[in-house]
Design a binder for this molecule. Structure first.
Ligand code: HPA
Ligand code: ZN
Length: 336
């Protein structure tokens, strides 16, 4: 990969569609918030925290990720977290971001839902105004908890503005999408759009369940679809978006090495795949590193990078005119 291809990847306008805001909590901010909120940490230094970021699968990551989120207490904390993320990705040419947040992680610690949503909403408005980045918020249900808890969370959220859709995240194994059919039906009835993590560690049948039972528009991760050729044909025919996170998949051992990642096969099969960063503070890279490192590891061409950036906007929940505007900016970059 040449330096110019690196620069090209960075210059491409991008939409980020798979980003957990709690996963952008850098150790420096974690310490600052712990001190502000008088939360005692078991870590003494930033380097000690970073050394703990060695994961052998999704669960080992989630354990430390939920621990880190314990420093988030007030509306201001949620604003500061999201504002730090927006400032960080503005130079990477992220033009639009659809951001996950996990209210149950916070309400279970007696942080009011209102503090979470209003802190995040303030940062989103500020990013639009000061950085020109548009955004949407996606409330994720934690699938290691039961549907009752998800229903309660939805009921708590609905009186407030600010969310465009719902998602499903956390521990996937033995927690199939079918367990959440009712809460997704209620969310759809309330006019919310739906996505779900599926086929990250879980089997391809979870992707099918998410599509058929939860009626999601996008699959987050979805990389295990390649184990089922009929499913791949369906995803390609229906142009179902997969939001793929290569550095996350490598760090959580979904693939042993980045070179083993199946992104190129997904693209070759005609699947609407795009590249995102998942939990960048924990996985060693924001969206530009995901593009760059994956391009290097898989030998992606300039045309494939353009396809990934185009797919990110095509898979987004932006309106038609906005999509056209961003796709035209990509075309101008390609022509320049
Ligand atoms: N998978 C499931 N849940 C998550 C993830 C993920 O990659 N990141 C944060 N919560
Ligand atoms: Zn995720």
């Amino acid at each position: 990969m040449t330096a110019s291809l690196d620069a090209f990847a960075s210059a491409l306008p991008k939409a980020e569609l798979h980003l957990h805001i709690e996963g952008t909590l850098e150790p420096e901010l974690l310490f600052e918030l712990a001190s502000r909120n008088k939360v005692k940490l078991r870590f003494k230094s930033v380097s000690e925290i970073r050394a703990a970021y060695a994961f052998d699968g999704l669960q080992s990551f989630l354990d430390i990720y939920y621990e880190g989120a314990g420093v988030l207490r007030t509306e201001r904390d949620f604003h500061d977290l999201a504002w730090a993320y927006f400032q960080r990705v503005a130079p990477m040419n992220v033009k639009h971001s659809e951001i996950f947040f996990d209210p149950q992680t916070h309400t279970s610690r007696c942080v009011p839902y209102e503090a979470v949503i209003s802190g995040l909403t303030q940062a989103c408005r500020r990013a639009e105004k000061e950085l020109g980045i548009s955004s949407k918020l996606i409330l994720c249900f934690l699938r290691h908890l039961d549907e009752e808890s998800a229903l309660k969370t939805l009921a708590e959220a609905l009186p407030f503005d600010g969310i465009a859709g719902v998602g499903l995240d956390s521990s996937e194994l033995d927690r199939p999408p079918s367990l959440f059919t009712n809460v997704f039906a209620k969310a759809r009835a309330a006019g919310l759009r739906c996505v779900a993590h599926a086929g990250e560690e879980g089997p391809p049948s979870y992707i099918t369940e998410a599509l058929d039972l939860l009626k999601v528009e996008r699959i987050d991760h979805g990389v295990r679809c390649l184990e089922d050729p009929e499913l791949v044909k369906r995803l390609a025919a229906e142009q179902t978006a997969l939001t793929v996170c290569p550095l996350s998949n490598h760090k959580l051992r979904v693939f042993d090495t980045l070179e083993d990642h199946n992104l190129k096969h997904l693209l070759a099969a005609g699947v609407l795949a795009s590249v995102h960063s998942d939990d960048p503070a924990y996985f060693g890279g924001y969206v530009d590193a995901n593009y760059r490192d994956t391009a290097r590891a898989l030998g992606l061409t300039r045309a494939e990078l353009v396809t990934l950036a185009r797919n990110s906007f095509l898979s987004s929940w932006l309106g038609g005119a906005e999509k056209t505007r961003h796709l035209a900016a990509i075309d101008r970059l390609v022509a320049s």
